[in-house]
Design a protein around this ligand. Sequence first.
Ligand code: CP
Ligand code: NVA
Length: 305
Amino acid sequence: MKHLLTMADLTKKEIKEVFSLAKKLKKENKKNVVHKLLAGKSLGMIFAKSSTRTRVSFETGIYQLGGQGIFLSSNDIQLGRGESINDTAKVLSRYLDGIMIRTFAHTDVEELAEHGSIPIINGLTDSYHPCQALTDLFTIYEYKGQLSNLKMVYIGDGNNVAHSLLLATTKIGMDISIATPNDYRPDLEILHVAERWARESGSQVEVVTDPLQAAQGADILYTDVWASMGDEMEKEEREEAFKDYQVNAEVMNVAQDDAIFLHCLPAHRGEEVTADVIDGEQSVVFEQAENRMHVQKAIMVKLMK
Ligand code: CP
Ligand code: NVA
């Protein structure tokens, strides 16, 4: 693994290695074990979009490993005033040991990786959110003790989070069913990759329009916001399009009795999920949020050590 731009950058074996390191780091973190695995290393963190979890989990994560994180709002660096990604990549590679970037176009992240000489970590683009999907699998493993023979059901927008979940589940061998309105289906090219990976790993992938049909027998229920960062202008039409795509008690009732509920957060109670579900017994969303830090620490060690 040289970069983490999408789930294509990791093999199944590397995913398992990341998880076993994350598990160890999590356990040691609870015992206040101090690490120097990335002593003296610097991670640049470029943000062109807002963030709570990604920013804080990466910054505390690198600090706990003995290194430092440098927050770079794209508005404050010359990138926001038109300096090219190419030049930015070359310059930052002279100072830093790795870059985490959250931005709009996925091609910008690819360009950064192409022209820089240090590892690049995708902290979310319009198309993918691989750190989230890896954390989600890790969290599922903690609760279910397995990753295959499970059915994940994602209800809502066929967005960046849905794309990375499609790739993560099919790579690892988990079944995934996505329920989304026809106009908001996942990107066809990404879906085709997921279908190929599903054939290779022996898992099932389907995209349907009926949330209750999808949710039958689910082991994991997952949803995300109806309007992602960048979709603000479409808020009203999306509220109309997604009004039947909510994880609520009716949906939870057709899932397995021991199903868990996941959400990448931030959540909008009363829209994609009801308060009784996200604040209920089956929800593991805050453990999931915590795990971002442990999993990303493992990713940084793998890429930057
Ligand atoms: N889930 C997630 O990436 O959250 P933030 O937008 O707060 O980073
Ligand atoms: N799909 C959401 C995820 C936020 C973590 C967005 O892109 O805004």
